[in-house]
Design a protein around this ligand. Structure first.
Ligand code: FMN
Length: 191
């Protein structure tokens, strides 16, 4: 069993990564293999709407020039997918939106290829707009027939500079509970 977390922040090892890692640690404790894939510094552009994926139906994006297919392969190889993003102008980062559009259309072209995998969204904000970003990522899971576990609050943390989110103890607890629930659900689905 494996969970891969995707960090859509433009900053590597940032607040979003800190949040994701707390959930991943809990999954590790349950014996689930984990991986963190950070989009920072990598090339990923938005969907060009060529619709070749609808013709090819090969579980890959027809645009091979960036990391989209690497991410798609990691998603396919995982039982659970965590999408994490900072809040940028009350929505997800450009990198996260590109990943959602690219992986999402390929999934739709291939009979919802992430169907019944477990998915959860994690957001960081300095102050406002995080609920909208949270919703944006949950739409990826919901349209793709994926299953979303909850936590004991919305999966969000607050902070501006890298490391600030560690002082948000409620967010740290929310991530811990999210990891516990995600692991519990994945195990139930596979027994
Ligand atoms: C382009 C840009 C837009 C931002 N927009 C918002 C916003 O709408 N609301 C907010 O609360 N914080 C906003 N922030 C602050 C980030 O969400 C915050 O610094 C967060 O901790 C970044 O996460 P990271 O450390 O994972 O990069 C913005 C930051 C940037 C760079």
């Amino acid at each position: 069993m494996k969970v891969t977390a995707f960090n859509g922040s433009a900053r590597k090892d940032s607040n979003t990564a800190i949040m994701l890692n707390v959930a991943l640690e809990e999954l590790n404790k349950q014996g689930i293999e984990t991986g963190l894939y950070q989009l920072a510094g990598k090339q990923i552009r938005g969907c060009i709407a060529c619709y070749k994926c609808m013709e090819n139906k090969d579980q890959r994006c027809a645009v091979k020039k960036d990391v989209a297919n690497e991410c798609i392969e990691k998603m396919l190889a995982s039982d659970g997918i965590l999408l994490g993003s900072p809040t940028y102008f009350a929505d997800v980062s450009t990198e996260m939106k590109a990943l959602i559009d690219r992986a999402g259309l390929v999934s739709r072209a291939n009979d919802d290829m992430f169907k019944r995998k477990v998915g959860a969204a994690v957001v960081v904000a300095r102050r406002g707009g995080s609920v909208h970003a949270f919703d944006s990522m949950n739409h990826f899971f919901l349209i793709g027939q994926m299953i979303i576990p909850g936590s004991n609050y919305w999966n969000m943390g607050f902070g501006l500079n890298t490391g600030d989110v560690e002082k948000d103890t409620e967010a740290m607890d929310t991530m811990k509970v999210l990891g516990e629930n995600m692991g519990w659900l994945i195990k139930k689905l596979h027994c």
